[in-house]
Design a protein around this ligand. Structure first.
Ligand code: FMN
Length: 223
């Protein structure tokens, strides 16, 4: 069985080639090589999952890591719903786009990542240095949507890296019926789903071919 730590050989892994070509990319990092591989260069998006279960303790370990990276004014708008039971999976599956459904069906756990449009009510708790910031958002839904979407999206990236840090594979998917998920799971809360993430150990033939990334000079400049 393949595991998240059994990684594609470097010869088939353009990310490893890129790094080998750019020695400076490793010479100036303090994160050890195994951790770099696990989190970045050799981590892959899984498209199938084994039936090895994922425990509540593993999920807690993921959230305890993912909560620390930053958000603006520490607003932390992300809300996480772990779908762990067959009953909850049955509610979710019809709301996943057909091309993605088999992936979600095979995953032992699926995370629905949503933003809380009433995140501002937590500002006195989370940003006690300026509790009055809550009032900036109170009567301005558009401003709340903008801040929650931007910061919640940042937090989804932190979440994916935390899944990898737990030795598990993540399969993030935007292909789902967001309004349907919100109605099914969040009818009584001002939450808006932004990403679904399949979580588990990789299954049979889990990887698509590694796709290239932009060359350094195509997206980085130094002024
Ligand atoms: C925000 C986001 C949305 C995605 N949506 C889908 C999706 O709906 N269906 C799917 O099969 N893959 C989806 N993916 C997976 C990407 O295609 C994949 O992560 C990317 O090609 C990189 O693959 P790699 O990690 O194996 O290099 C999504 C990834 C992200 C980050």
């Amino acid at each position: 069985m393949t595991s998240a730590t059994e990684i594609p050989a470097a010869a088939n892994n353009p990310a490893a080639d890129d790094l080998a070509a750019a020695d400076l990319a490793t010479d100036h990092l303090v994160l050890d090589p195994a951790a770099r591989a696990l989190l970045f260069t050799e981590a892959r998006t899984a498209n199938t999952f084994s039936d090895e279960p994922v425990s509540r303790d593993q999920l807690r370990a993921i959230t305890e890591l993912a909560k620390w990276p930053p958000t603006s004014a520490n607003i932390n708008p992300l809300r996480i719903t772990f779908v762990t039971t067959p009953e909850a999976k049955a509610r979710l599956l019809p709301l996943i786009f057909e091309g993605n459904r088999a992936k979600t069906e095979s995953a032992p756990v699926v995370a629905i990542l949503a933003i809380d449009l009433d995140f501002h009510d937590r500002i006195p708790q989370l940003f006690p240095v300026r509790p009055e910031m809550r009032d900036l958002y109170k009567d301005d839904l558009a401003r709340r949507e903008q801040a929650a979407t931007f910061n919640g999206t940042l937090q989804t990236a932190y979440f994916i890296l935390a899944v990898r840090a737990a030795g598990l594979a993540a399969g993030p998917m935007a292909g789902f019926d967001a309004a349907g998920i919100d109605a099914e799971f969040f009818a009584d809360r001002p939450y808006r789903s932004i990403l679904v993430v399949n979580i588990g150990k990789p299954g049979k033939d889990p990887w698509f071919n590694r796709l290239p990334r932009l060359d350094h000079e195509d997206y980085v400049e130094y002024l």
